[in-house]
Design a binder for this molecule. Sequence first.
Ligand code: CDP
Length: 220
Amino acid sequence: MIPVIAIDGPSASGKGTVAERVARVLGFHYLDSGALYRVTALAARRAGLAPDAAGPLGELAAQLPVRFEGGDIYLSEQVVTDDIRTEDCSREASLVAAVPEVRAGLLVRQRAFRQAPGLVADGRDMGSVVFPDAALKVFLTASAAVRAERRYNQLMNKGIPANMQVLLRDIEARDARDASRAVAPLQQGNALLLDTTHLTIEQAVDQVLSWYAAARPPAS
Ligand code: CDP
């Protein structure tokens, strides 16, 4: 069985950075499942679909011409790596992610990332729905204030203007929506809690690696 490390958590918790680094250290593949919801939201906007048009959105998700290549994300032949990181796209992603047809449409595609020698997957429902048999499940979080600050720095580094108060409000609204939706809500479940409010990225990565070393069956 190809091992999976599932890292779920709320927005801007740093799980993407931690997941990517853990994957690099172990030589595993990496799935940024949030990017799939973001690309779906972008494609829906471009197709003029309303965020509650369940049927057409589900079809769009199932047939999404998305590709991850050389650190970039493509929608058809167009690079959308930066377009999907705007706050508008974050909000729209969380809206389309509440549509069951969209989640069903993206399921098979997410599971296809499970390839040898292993996968680190980050999102909201990696451990609960997509990879319930993951070797290690982590719920990575941080206080809302620290997450707003991290998102602010991330946007500033990309030259995208941002306002801390607005970011904090958006993060809290998105958390509430992700945690309260009927399908695949964000919850800790049986995952190990990793609160990174007072941790550096390196400390968070080390914690995940040592949990994984402890969880992994000894090589025979
Ligand atoms: O970067 P951030 O953590 O804010 O968001 P993301 O991981 O890129 O995910 C964007 C949105 O997609 C989230 O607000 C969730 O609503 C949704 N999502 C989801 O529902 N399930 C996942 N496995 C991943 C993301």
